[in-house]
Write a protein that binds this ligand. Sequence first.
Ligand code: C5P
Length: 368
Amino acid sequence: MPTVTVRAPAKVNLHLGVGPRRPDGYHEVTTILQAVALYDDITATSVPPESLAGPDGAGPVFTDEDPIAVTVGVAGEGARPATSDDADGPGDTGAEPSVSVVPTGKDNLAVRAAYLVAEAAGIRGEAVHLTLSKGIPVAAGMAGGSADAAAALLACDTLWGAGLDRETLVALAAKLGSDVPFPLTGGTALGTGRGEQLTDVLGRGEYHWVFALADGGLSTPAVYGEFDRLAEGRLRTGPTPADAVLSALRSGDPAELGAALVNDLQPAALRLRPSLRRVLESGLELGAIGAIVSGSGPTCAFLARDAAASVSLAASLAGMGVARAVRRAHGPVAGARVIGPADPAGPGGEPGSSAAQSPPLSPSSSPA
Ligand code: C5P
């Protein structure tokens, strides 16, 4: 059966400046995103429509609303069922204990991505099975769901030979969510608007990150809501500018970048999850040169001086037991790319060399 596998990266916000809530409910942001080497692999496989059970066991009925049929399977971290361990400890509020389990229905962004490609390309009568093989932590503030959606756009486009151009795929990505265009392009980018309008940032250097994962997720709308409550009564004209991070990226000095990291959502995330404060402090005590809540959390991101320092920081953090799990990843890395029919190495590391690879949709920011 025809099959295509696409690998897409996670992201970390080096800068997340947030302005006031707009009339459409979104917040104007100025953000610098970096793609990091944690990946989800999405495999899209054409299946015979008649093999799927329809209303009377005769396969799906295709309509204008349902021109295709999509089924989903999840492997990796997101496949685990919700457990009581997903609940927060005392003093924590605002979490969604079961949010760390990937949905498999039409509320899954990857499923919606398949529908959007079908609609844009006039595809009808196809049945596709999407396997999400997750190396990116779920509901962690690292855009794992967005990476899946971006990868599903490219995988379905390739599988069906739709031939949608890059601009169209990026426009479809923006429809799916503010964070979905970025995993298509990867590298390092400036995001404006609600975060979906991207410009490549040329910078120097390779950066070594350590991520401390927390139990359970934090809901992005809940964190933005808490941000609004904290900002109440204070005059906010626009998002905090990203000048310090841009200047650090030009210099390529990790220590300068570590000192420049900004996340305007961090106070809100800490209000909803006070235990993260201890995690951030622990990383800094252990020698991290920068510490920040990743996006809307609850993952904490630590910048290490170099690769060796990231290995010892990760080991020490894991040993302290302040995090559910610890991951290391370098950045920037390229955006979503076809890695072939399948990759036996799985999504944990760099794109495999065994399968035919396509170039990324846009060149990643390479060292100047
Ligand atoms: O765009 P996306 O669907 O990923 O956004 C999820 C939610 O996060 C939005 O419904 C909104 O509550 C919040 N959000 C926001 N401002 C942004 C991006 C997201 O308020 N720039």
